[in-house]
Design a protein around this ligand. Structure first.
Ligand code: C5P
Length: 249
């Protein structure tokens, strides 16, 4: 029997709360936690590492973005924690790099700058974070998981085999995001992106529930001026040092 190819193996399961198998079995599945601020390159690194290891992938930001998108669509106030937590409990599918909600492909909609800003506002509420906790843990399935976000190593997977905290200067992060958006035909100024990134960092690091912070046992990786391939190679080297090897084909 052949194992699925990397691209399909990177596909996340579609867990529902409580659908994580036995807690003991899940705890033996290796997790690579990749945390860091907005546009630090953590998503690209997580994707590259998951493809080489043939592990599952959790883009936890997509869950917060989905709650934010639903809130904007339904005009739910971004400070109404109980209503936002109810939106967080609604069903959705996460297949490879596509997100489907209510029968619609919302992948592109989730990447908008309005959704980015709203995501960091819904993420401050402990009730929203609690509603998403088990859903994130249920992505931990054999042969392993690469999870990226803000609190993967500190809160969701404190027993991760490897924790990496990815950083880059705000100017470089704004420039990367600018390049991505321009390539998509979205016109936006570098200055406004820099301001938006700094505001999002301040909200993410300053909130009381699961603030953006490196776990004490995380390895910090500064990607300023570093090509994505080199950052991926550096994390794979750290994986090898911790006994995390690619799953067999
Ligand atoms: O990573 P991404 O930029 O897609 O995340 C969007 C927002 O979701 C972040 O600014 C942050 O406020 C929130 N988030 C979070 N915890 C995570 C992942 C994302 O609070 N694990």
């Amino acid at each position: 029997m052949t194992a699925p190819k990397a691209s399909t193996r990177a596909m996340a399961p579609n867990p529902t709360a409580g659908d994580g198998g036995s807690a003991h079995a899940a705890a033996t599945v290796p997790v690579v936690a990749v945390d860091g601020p907005a546009a630090s390159g953590k998503g690209t690194i997580a994707e590259g590492v998951a493809a080489v290891l043939r592990f599952h992938r959790l883009d936890s930001g997509a869950l917060y973005r989905l709650v934010a998108w639903r809130a904007l669509e339904s005009a739910t106030p971004l400070d109404d924690a109980p209503a936002l937590a109810a939106l967080a409990r609604l069903d959705a599918r996460f297949d490879a790099d596509r997100v489907t909600a209510g029968g619609h492909d919302v992948t592109a909609a989730l990447r908008g700058e309005d959704v980015s800003a709203a995501a960091s506002r819904v993420a401050v509420h402990p009730a929203v974070r609690a509603a998403l906790t088990e859903r994130q843990r249920a992505f931990r399935r054999p042969p392993g998981l690469v999870a990226d976000g803000r609190d993967m190593g500190t809160v969701i997977f404190p027993d991760a085999r490897l924790k990496v905290f990815v950083t880059a200067s705000p100017a470089e992060r704004a420039a990367r995001r600018h390049k991505q958006l321009i390539a998509k035909g979205i016109s936006v100024t570098l200055e406004s992106l820099l301001r938006e990134i700094e505001a999002r960092d301040a909200r993410d690091a300053g909130r009381s529930a699961a603030p953006l912070a490196a776990a004490p046992d995380a390895v910090t990786l500064d990607t300023t001026g570093v090509a994505p391939g080199a950052s991926i190679a550096a994390v794979l080297e750290l994986c090898r040092a911790r006994g995390i090897e690619p799953a067999r084909e």
